[in-house]
Design a protein around this ligand. Structure first.
Ligand SMILES: CC(C)(COP(=O)(O)OP(=O)(O)OC[C@H]1O[C@@H](n2cnc3c(N)ncnc32)[C@H](O)[C@@H]1OP(=O)(O)O)[C@@H](O)C(=O)NCCC(=O)NCCS
Length: 156
């Protein structure tokens, strides 16, 4: 695999981000997002990319939820680039942006507990998060009784 690098997403990345989200949502690991939502939230996104033909092989997004609270969503490193530290770098880039914005609590809803524990996230009761967090969950087929994602938070 050629050299990869992280950067802010641009408008041309949307189809690749959409494709990655569909691919990993089929494995039940995260929720897909519509083109409409991706265009609306494009400024939240970072991408991991190689040379032109290779395109986007990873992404993450940081969405501000409320005062002093933001969420890491849509975190993916495609299989070809996993276990090389890129997932950690994508999360750290989001955390760094949160700090720049003056937001000191960052949470995620995830099945990847070990991965996030290594990045100093700790498990919290989902009910301790503001109700606004559940706005997206309302569209999820697993909501509410089948939801088994774990809420994890990092206090910066
Ligand atoms: C989770 C994911 C982003 C991790 O990306 P990655 O680039 O492989 O992660 P890193 O290489 O930065 O790994 C960092 C550490 O976490 C560990 N780790 C990574 N994925 C792990 C997993 N699934 N289970 C346990 N540990 C894991 C690594 O071994 C590494 O440990 P080390 O520092 O002791 O060597 C990636 O596996 C992925 O995209 N999975 C599919 C989509 C998904 O589940 N996204 C998360 C939605 S919240």
């Amino acid at each position: 695999m050629s050299r990869l690098y992280l950067r802010k997403a641009n408008i041309k990345d949307v189809p690749s981000i959409h494709y990655l989200l569909i691919k990993y949502s089929r494995e039940g690991l995260l929720l897909p997002r519509s083109y409409n939502e991706l265009y609306n939230h494009l400024r939240d996104f970072f991408v991991l990319t190689g040379h032109e033909e290779q395109g986007v092989v990873g992404c993450s997004s940081l969405t501000i939820t409320w005062e002093n609270l933001a969420e890491i969503r849509s975190l993916i490193v495609d299989k070809c680039a996993q276990r090389q530290g890129w997932g950690s770098r994508l999360v750290e880039t989001c955390l760094s942006e949160a700090l720049t914005l003056g937001v000191y609590r960052v949470f995620t809803l995830t099945y990847q507990l070990e991965f996030f524990r290594k990045l100093n996230f700790t498990e919290v009761d989902k009910d301790s998060l503001p109700q606004k967090v559940w706005a997206d969950c309302l569209h999820c087929p697993k909501y509410p009784d089948l939801c088994d994602e774990v809420a994890m938070i990092s206090e910066l």
